[in-house]
Design a binder for this molecule. Structure first.
Ligand code: SF4
Length: 110
């Protein structure tokens, strides 16, 4: 084995580790959809009527709860995302809701 082969092997090995690292980072970011990472942005209110927007605002909805024990995912009012969507819904108002979100209407799931 000469120095060139060793160097090439080392390069290919590092390349493989780099690709694995990138894949691992992408997997962790994908888990952010309801995992322990960043809360999904559920702020597209296209098609949501003014009354629902007002309710959302008055209940002080936020995509990221300040209290991990009081997230939408743990709330009785929460409708889980369907069809691979990042955001679910709420029984109190129309529009997208994050699993990690919270509002004043929170009721702990039984
Ligand atoms: S009531 Fe509030 S905390 Fe409960 S699911 Fe709806 S938005 Fe989330």
């Amino acid at each position: 084995m000469n120095a060139e082969n060793t160097s090439r092997r080392g390069f290919l090995s590092r390349l493989g580790l780099g690709a694995l690292s990138i894949g691992a980072i992408a997997a962790v970011q994908a888990c952010g959809k309801g995992g322990g990472g960043a809360a999904p942005k559920c702020d597209d209110l296209t098609g949501v009527d003014d009354a629902a927007k007002a309710t959302r605002t008055s209940l002080k909805y936020t995509d990221k709860s300040a209290d991990p024990a009081k997230t939408c995912g743990k709330c009785q009012q929460y409708n889980a995302p369907e069809g691979g969507a990042a955001c679910g819904g709420c029984k109190l108002f129309k529009g997208p809701v994050s699993t990690e979100g919270n509002c004043a209407g929170f009721v702990l799931k039984a």
